[in-house]
Write a protein that binds this ligand. Sequence first.
Ligand SMILES: [Zn+2]
Length: 480
Amino acid sequence: MNTFIKEYMEEHKDYFNQVSEHIFHTPETRFEEFKSAEFLSAECEKQGFEVKRNIANIPTAFKATYGTGKPVIAFLGEYDALPGLSQTPGKSEAEQVKESPDFGHGCGHNLLGTGAFAAACAAKAYLEENNQEGTVVFYGCPGEEGGSGKTFMVRDGEFEGVDAALTWHPSPGNSIMSKPTLANYQISFKFKGVAAHAANSPHLGRSALDAVELMNVGVNYLREHIIQDARVHYAVTDTGGLSPAVVQPRAEVLYLIRAPKNNQVEGIYQRICKIAEGAALMTETQLEIEFVKACSNYVPNRSLEKVLYKNLKEVGVEESSDQEIAYAKEIWETFSPDEQEFYLDVMRGFGYIGDGSEFEGKYLNDGISDYQETEEIFYGSTDVADVSWVVPTAQLTAATSTLGTALHTWQMTAQGISDFAHKGMMRAASAMALTGIELLSSEEQLKQIKEEHAKFQSKNPYIAPIPKDVRPSTLGGKRI
Ligand SMILES: [Zn+2]
């Protein structure tokens, strides 16, 4: 099995590198990844998959299927970029490619989507070669960044019938992402007041901005009375205008509420709604609450993680060339002293548990972190979480960037199509492909994985955190 995958990846690596480069050079933000989604869909068709576009009624979501019967193994790929991160690749200084749109692959989703696609292609090739029954599905998952695309797809039943799902994330480390993540809700609170001359007739005005301010004060008091692991952040997205001489007739604040469990987020959300209503009452303004999106907490499947870890070890980490090390060193030198000192914090977020001694004098990670079955929370969220509620799921990270590179930075974008990034991508693809093939071939192993999941599901039936009538929204706030 390993030899087959090794040979397959070696033979096709130039092709997959080109796919990753193409997506890198076409950065598009959430739910508007029209070119990237169509490009990947067409490549899936060329590789012999049957593609269903526009799944979950999302134009940039698709499902590429190969094979027949059970089991059904899914690989999840993303391809959305981020605003503010346009960056020339291969540089060691911030250098925007384009002023408009200023988008870039600062989270490495060009690698993520291509790596998962490569894994699906390799698993398909294995089935073909061995004339084996089973189904391989590559899910084109849009809008991960602030959009929770997968949560909409799970809500609409797109993962029904899948037996196991695998995915990965680019990072500076090689590890299994075994930490549970936080569930979240994102909600917009919109206040409507009455405009008036602020000096001449202030008594006739009803300030929507006052309502936003009072609401934020109320929530700041609430923070003392919520569980420690919860997080509540907000951004004022509309202050109501630029003139202090006008009583602001409209204002809007966007809240992001996070907690370890879905029901905890729901509880905090209900209390925040009461505070918003109170602010509207105090200011005689009208309140409209718009649910933007949500995602669940991630549920690790330990049995599946162990198989993925074993295969990641089997694949191993190849040596870096002098050229690769030299570029990584240049990137390292762009980090501030604080960033250099705390680089292990970044790594720990991805599951690294050591003290860093093995990285002494290095710029690239050439090891694999030990697998840790941990309940320690990762203080972040992912929409992979919703898939993990309905299908046994496991994720890994592969080192595609210099040690300590944080996601969503120009440095992450700059390294996005480097040689070591592509090597990491193929490493992730190989480990996922091997795992997929193992599940397609071993009923016993899959049974154990599914039993673990069934045990969780029997106690925790999935309730989609996004209400039925809510549609995904683009970066500009447009509902699709
Ligand atoms: Zn990401």
